[in-house]
Design a protein around this ligand. Structure first.
Ligand code: SF4
Length: 319
């Protein structure tokens, strides 16, 4: 394994609700090497966005460890956290919602530079803004335009420029293309890939869409109701999926094939409540292979083949 940038151990984030405790993230563990991309996939409400926010402490973790270059993020002081936030950034799903509509492109990109008091001279700051605009493919002539005058792709480029302003090492990309037209999605994905190569960035790429994450990730984590159900290299996960939930997600990807349409696995059954969940596999009510044991014991995330982990009592048995 190469140099580890970020290590997460047994991360939990619970929320108190009027009806009980919501287990949004329930025991997440992984290591991420410098310059690599970890894809985090799952349906809406599986805890993937909460995971990204908890790692950056935009949500305070309930328990667990987060080490960034060996530094303890969970117990970092406000001053240490201010510095860590320059190294760990986030790109949001909806660029329009995350940008102040009353500010111009240059004012929006300037915000992190002003917050961290990077430049004393305005001319230096303006030069950096133009440099960032160029880096993300925004034309200089857009410097005084407002977000509502731009299309979704350009707005997302502003979000990326803001995230890059402080020269971060790690970026959580939270569904960065899901609000964009299909034609623009590829442009933004290519931009993120180019920036990764150019700047040596490390990404956590959160998405509900396995087809997006496949071409982008080195490793993939599949989450279901706050827990990791499968973790493998992107190649291995696509070639040899083990968990019934991963197989269902993969079957939903439209792949044009001359051999005809592949069978889609339709998930039926109730979704288990993530509020005060009972022991047992959280996928059991929707799993066609569920047996008695599945309703009684939590399946542990277990390494079955080299660096391929799965949390299912029966995933090594032929189906
Ligand atoms: Fe299905 Fe049981 Fe495996 Fe859960 S542990 S995925 S219910 S077979």
């Amino acid at each position: 394994m190469g140099e580890v940038l970020i290590e997460v151990k047994d991360l939990k984030k619970y929320f108190q609700t009027p009806t009980g405790v919501l287990h949004a993230v329930d025991g997440l563990t992984f290591k991420l090497e410098k310059g690599k991309t970890l894809g985090v996939v799952g349906e809406s409400g599986c805890g993937k966005s909460t995971t990204g926010r908890a790692i950056l402490r935009l949500h305070e973790p309930t328990s667990g460890e987060i080490l960034f270059e060996g530094k303890d993020v969970v117990h970092a002081s406000p001053k240490e956290m201010k510095h860590l936030r320059t190294e760990m950034q986030m790109i949001f799903q909806d660029p329009y919602a995350s940008l102040n509509p009353r500010k111009t492109v240059s004012q929006l990109i300037a915000e992190p530079l002003i917050l961290h008091k990077v430049y004393k001279k305005k001319a230096d700051q303006d030069a950096r803004i133009l440099e960032l605009m160029k880096l993300v493919g925004l034309s200089e002539r857009l410097v005084n335009t407002y977000p509502h005058e731009l299309d979704g792709g350009r707005r997302q480029r502003i979000g990326i420029a803001r995230a890059l302003a402080m020269n971060p090492k790690f970026i959580v990309c939270d569904e960065p293309v899901s609000a964009l037209d299909v034609s623009i999605q590829a442009q933004i994905l290519n931009l993120l890939k180019d920036l990764q190569e150019e700047l040596g960035l490390t990404y956590m790429f959160i998405t509900h869409d396995l087809s997006v994450v496949n071409c982008f990730s080195d490793e993939i984590i599949v989450m279901y109701l706050g827990q990791v159900v499968e973790h493998a290299s992107a190649e291995d996960l696509f070639e040899h999926p083990m968990h019934p939930y991963t197989k269902a997600l993969l079957s939903a990807i439209p792949i044009p094939s001359l051999k005809g349409k592949k069978d889609r696995i339709l998930l039926k059954g109730e979704i288990t409540s993530p509020i005060d969940p009972k022991p047992g596999c959280r996928f059991a009510l929707r799993c066609e292979y569920a047996q008695e044991k599945c309703f009684q014991e939590d399946p542990a995330l277990t390494e079955y083949t080299d660096s391929h982990f799965c949390a299912c009592h029966f995933c090594d048995q032929p189906k």
